[in-house]
Design a protein around this ligand. Structure first.
Ligand SMILES: Nc1ncnc2c1ncn2[C@@H]1O[C@H](COP(=O)(O)OP(=O)(O)OP(=O)(O)O)[C@@H](O)[C@H]1O
Length: 281
């Protein structure tokens, strides 16, 4: 579904991305991680078609991104950007409706049903008449998730359509500001959409959420792809130390089949022979 080959990006005079190549298939939930400034948002913006002057190739479902008309790009992928500022006092329902405008400015009955479905799925239906700027940070983020969901869906039902090879969802730090319940809601929604064939690529900073939800990880360092693979392959103490400069232990989760990444800030952790043995494996 997505083939990124040798992407390099310069902004001003600064090299931001350096020959990044990656592939991801329909129905995968991929997570991009890396330290602040590693290039995660820039990479997502290149894939979203927001930068025209990158070098290399981005191929989406067999189409070269450069050759895709903007309207077709908008129908193929929905993007949740970081730091979206919207200060006009639009009601929430209008903000979510904006997601449907990529299909035309007239909202049909099915469009309105999709908007209602998106509002209810992100648990913001009760806020639909509130002025968007008056919402809390986490509520705004849920509304923005509802907007991209409204853009993505073809039916007012999460399970009704097969999106394999047709739809891509790009999420830049989607759970920022959300409480733990709504973090789970947002990432379970991403998982559900992936199960319907949507390729989901999310930038996350939280190791536990990434470990729990990612099927494939891309770890960036200084604008280059440093490691890629499964959670177990990418989340090693060595990779994390190299990319984030912190000592961690990677432990077996007592109840779940994904690892726990624990930072050395937990005093005395690294004195435990059991933990040292795990990390030397
Ligand atoms: N428009 C721009 N002009 C110049 N430099 C930029 C621009 N946008 C981003 N950068 C720089 O590019 C680098 C990568 O930025 P990017 O936002 O992609 O990082 P990130 O990995 O998403 O970081 P964070 O975790 O802090 O969100 C940073 O050094 C940033 O300062």
């Amino acid at each position: 579904m997505l083939r990124v080959k040798d992407i390099s990006l310069t902004l001003g005079k600064t090299g931001i991305l350096n020959k990044v190549s990656l592939e991801a298939g329909a129905g995968e939930l991929c997570v991009i991680m890396g330290a602040n400034g590693a290039g995660k948002s820039s990479l997502l913006k290149v894939i979203a078609g927001e930068y025209a002057h990158y070098r290399g190739s981005v191929n989406i479902a067999g189409n070269e991104l450069r050759n895709m008309p903007v309207a077709e790009q908008a129908r193929t992928r929905a993007v949740l950007s970081q730091q979206l500022s919207l200060n006009q006092p639009f009601p929430v329902i209008d903000v979510v409706s904006m997601g449907r405008f990529v299909y035309g400015s007239y909202l049909s009955v099915p469009d309105k049903e999709i908007i209602t479905c998106a509002l209810k799925t992100m648990q913001v239906y009760n806020l639909k008449d509130r002025a968007y700027p008056t919402l809390s940070g986490g509520q705004k983020q849920r509304v923005q998730m509802a907007r991209v969901l409204a853009q993505l869906l073809e039916e007012p039902d999460l399970y009704a359509a097969n999106y394999a090879g047709k739809k891509m969802l790009l999420l830049d730090e989607p759970v920022t500001g959300m409480d733990i319940l709504h973090q789970q809601l947002a990432l379970q929604l991403a998982t559900t959409l992936a199960a319907q064939g949507v390729l989901v690529i999310a930038v996350l900073h939280d190791f536990q959420l990434a470990a729990a939800y990612a099927r494939r990880l891309f770890l960036l360092k200084d604008g280059s792809l440093y490691a890629t693979g499964s959670v177990e392959e990418v989340f090693t103490p060595q990779h994390i130390k190299h990319c984030f400069g912190v000592d961690v232990a990677v432990l077996q989760h007592p109840h779940c089949n994904y690892p726990l990444v624990v930072s050395a800030a937990a005093a005395g952790l690294f004195q435990s022979p059991a933990v040292m043995a795990i990390n030397e494996l």
